[in-house]
Design a protein around this ligand. Structure first.
Ligand code: PGA
Length: 262
């Protein structure tokens, strides 16, 4: 039986004072949650949020990482730095760090945090696992890929690239988030049967790599999850919770989504 997991991705929002205020409203509302819950603030708020989450049932997540331990990498943040502030979850391969913002796609030549490739996603996962983090690996197709009938092959190749040279034991430590790019921040949610189909396809693809371990891997859906659609999505056999952007910035809305996960 897989536990449900709901993670809020605050993206490039909220000052430290705003994170404190959001969490003061949110934490009492979800103190009895049975689902695993996490929030991913911006890097500069991680330490403040870590203090506020201490002793609560909410885990701390980061939105990105660089795969080197230390060194001359101006502007980047290492796994060791994230560990130091108490992070446990790390988003990897989010469509926005892959440079995919719906209609606006950052050219693949762009370096830095944007336009990361399956190879850099793989390097990030490999750098996180020895520290005991739970990487949340995001995969998903854009609208053109969906309309061309390539949804499954795009996601399978993202999974193949992300999981190169990982053992079954290592893959078992991941959470996978299915996030169709066209549903992120658009208010347009993937309908439940299709979200379930794709999450089932992801699990079947993982089974080809890690056999029975695949049944224990948590697979989230992300893309305009709201209080009004969360219960329906999370009731599906292959959807083990949600990765929530916009709605995670509102305490009551996010609390309702957490409740929908049990
Ligand atoms: P959204 O974002 O809930 O605002 O669509 C989800 C995500 O990008 O993780």
């Amino acid at each position: 039986m897989r536990k449900k997991i709901v993670v809020g991705n605050w993206k490039m929002n909220l000052t430290r004072a705003e994170t404190e205020s959001l969490l003061s409203s949110l934490l009492p509302l979800i103190s009895d949650a049975t689902a695993q819950v996490g929030v991913c603030p911006g890097f500069v708020a991680l330490s403040t949020v870590a203090d506020q989450l201490s002793g609560t049932n909410v885990g701390l997540g980061a939105q990105n990482v660089f795969w080197k331990e230390s060194g001359a990498f101006t502007g980047f943040v290492s796994p060791a730095m994230l560990k130091d502030v108490g992070v446990t979850y790390v988003l990897v391969g989010h469509s926005e760090t892959r440079g995919r913002f719906g209609k606006l796609e950052v050219p693949a030549t762009t370096v830095g945090f944007f336009a990361e490739t399956d190879e850099t996603v793989n390097l990030k996962i490999k750098s996180l696992l020895p520290h005991g983090f739970t990487p949340i690996l995001c995969v998903g197709e854009n609208l053109a890929e969906r309309e061309a009938g390539n949804t499954d092959s795009v996601i399978q190749s993202q999974l193949d690239g992300a999981l190169v040279d990982l053992s079954a034991d290592e893959i078992a430590k991941l959470v996978v988030a299915y996030e169709p790019v066209w549903a992120i921040g658009t208010g347009q949610t993937c309908d439940t049967p299709e979200a379930e189909r794709v999450c089932g396809m992801i699990r079947a693809h993982l089974r080809t790599k890690v056999a029975d371990v695949a049944k224990s891997i948590q697979i989230q859906y992300g893309g305009s999850v709201k209080a009004s659609n969360a219960a329906d999505l999370f009731s599906q056999p292959n959807i083990d919770g949600g990765l929530v952007g916009g709605a995670s910035l509102m305490a009551e809305e996010f609390a309702a989504i957490v409740k929908a996960a049990g």
